[in-house]
Design a protein around this ligand. Structure first.
Ligand code: NI
Length: 170
């Protein structure tokens, strides 16, 4: 398995819209495994393909403490079952050091395909529901910073740009 490079804000590639996956082959399996490995290495609970510069509708999520319960989600869409807006405080591997409170639907029904291309459904609320909504935002080019004030967004942009410049020099 390979550790993939995670794009960080304000990289414009994070704004690309991911396309529908039509081939459920070994290549897809490998991408999914590399993404899962990368997510575990970076101690994330969810990762969207967009974040590793793969612009296809693929997400990996694992909320388990011992990292033993991954869900591979291909071509996701969801319906809101309960549109009560709950406030979820979220971070993102593509926006290090940043946290943002985001309104998320309380309960959703996710429709997706597994890595074999079989259709699946999942009813999700709480952290799993928020995580799915967060990762689908990524596939649509939407980021946590979009929920922040322009002042806060400007600050984190400046901070991360400086961090990146420092890395390139060092
Ligand atoms: Ni994220």
């Amino acid at each position: 398995m390979n550790r993939l490079n995670i794009l960080t804000f304000p990289d414009p590639r994070l704004r690309k819209k991911a396309s529908t996956i039509t081939s459920f082959d070994e290549d897809l399996q490998k991408k999914a495994e590399d993404m899962l490995f990368t997510m575990y290495e970076d101690k994330g609970i969810g990762l969207a393909a967009t974040q590793v510069d793969i612009h296809e509708r693929l997400i990996v999520i694992d909320l388990s403490e011992d990292r033993s319960d991954p869900i591979f989600i291909v071509n996701p869409s969801y319906e809101v079952l309960d549109d009560t807006q709950e406030i979820s405080k979220e971070g993102c591997l593509s926006i290090p050091t940043f946290q943002q409170e985001v309104p998320r639907a309380k309960e959703i029904e996710l429709s997706y395909q597994n890595l074999k291309g079989e259709s699946e459904k999942l009813i999700a609320d709480g952290l799993l529901g928020y995580c799915i909504q967060h990762e689908i935002d990524h596939l649509n080019g939407k980021l946590l910073v979009d929920y922040a004030s322009s002042l806060k967004r400007g600050r984190i942009k400046e901070k991360l740009t400086k961090m990146k410049d420092g890395k390139n020099k060092g």
